[in-house]
Design a binder for this molecule. Structure first.
Ligand code: GTP
Length: 322
């Protein structure tokens, strides 16, 4: 483990304007799909199918942001970024209830909102309030009835018409996330419907992107636990490198962005003590999350006006510009 304040050895994070690389198909599309579903509706199963392996790791959710990146699917010339909006379902604790509006904010920022329903369960007490709220949401909306392998056709049709009577979805899909039935149609649809524009993430980072983001969130948490009085909320952490090493460990480089030189000094602490302690705590948690030993390198950089740069937020996929 080491903490380093030098800026020279670090890769420059790739910005979205750089991601429309030569060789990429002419008309690229990219956007956010908010996948909402009750626990056990089959979200993870569906995402694993659409995005591919490596996703299971992101079940360790970080509940501090409005929308949580769950994975990125590349399909033809489209980059489909799936986000989760935790807290929409079953807000039991008071804190959760307070988070519900925030969670819906995540859905509002997405290009497409997709509601996944376990067709066997139908519209129960959990789903009914979600439908009500979705009806008011002015967004591109999609209904996905899952587990059709366990459901009779008549029941599916009845369920589809009932849900559509309430919400008026732009499209309804009937799928089995488990055996893959209907998954390709869904992927084609998302790929076609997202707005045209450059990809938001470089292709070679996609498989470990969720890991990178959760790792950044862990370090940010350590930073704020220690320095919340001195450091403004706008400060942030980005994982700039995640490299799997042959011995099964990973080398992770992160940059802590602050707005002023004086804040950089605070983050570093006397003789680098503060950043060392932050790094140590973060390394342990990242290693536990990624289930492998981690070599963590932290850098501190001053970036003025960071908080006002919406492009930055979008690039992180966590907060949507309004
Ligand atoms: N038969 C059948 N089972 C499915 C299907 N999709 C998911 N399942 C099963 O339903 C259960 C829940 O699936 P998950 O993908 O873990 O559900 P989830 O919505 O991600 O659940 P949370 O992580 O709690 O939000 C698992 O046992 C899956 O195997 C399907 O299409 N058919």
């Amino acid at each position: 483990m080491s903490a380093n304040e030098s800026e020279n050895e670090i890769e420059t994070p790739v910005t979205s304007s750089q991601t429309a690389e030569p060789g990429a198909p002419a008309e690229t599309r990219a956007g956010f799909v908010a996948l909402i579903g009750a626990p056990n509706a089959g979200k993870s199963t569906l995402l694993n199918r659409l995005v591919g392996a490596k996703l299971s790791i992101v079940t360790h959710k970080v509940q501090t942001t409005r929308a949580i990146m769950r994975g990125v699917a590349m399909h033809e010339a489209s980059q489909i970024i799936f986000v989760d909006t935790p807290g929409i379902f079953a807000p039991k604790r008071r804190l959760d209830r307070a988070m519900v509006d925030t969670a819906w904010g995540g859905a509002e920022g997405a290009d497409i909102v997709a509601l996944l329903i376990d067709a066997r369960k139908g519209i129960d007490d959990e789903i009914a309030p979600i439908l009500k709220r979705l009806a008011e949401l002015k967004r591109h909306k999609v209904l996905i009835l899952n587990k059709i392998d366990l459901t009779k056709r008549e029941e599916l049709l009845a369920l589809a018409s009932r849900a559509n009577a309430e919400v008026g979805f732009d499209r309804t899909f009937m799928i089995s996330a488990l055996d893959g039935d209907g998954a390709d149609d869904l992927l084609n649809y998302f790929a076609q419907e997202l707005p045209t524009g450059p990809w938001l993430y470089p292709e070679d980072q996609i498989s470990d992107l969720p890991l990178r983001m959760i790792a950044a969130e862990i370090t940010r948490e350590k930073l704020f636990l220690r320095l919340h009085q001195e450091i403004p909320y706008a400060s942030t952490v980005e994982t700039t490198q995640w490299k799997e090493l042959k011995d099964g460990s990973a080398r992770v480089e992160q940059t802590v962005y602050v707005e002023r030189e004086s804040q950089k000094k605070i983050v570093l602490g006397k003789g680098g003590q503060t950043i060392k302690a932050i790094s140590q705590g973060a390394r342990q948690d990242i290693a536990a999350m990624a289930e492998r030993p981690i070599h963590l390198f932290l850098f501190v950089k001053v970036r003025e006006n960071w908080g006002n740069d919406p492009e930055r937020y979008r690039e992180m996929g966590l907060e949507f510009p309004r």
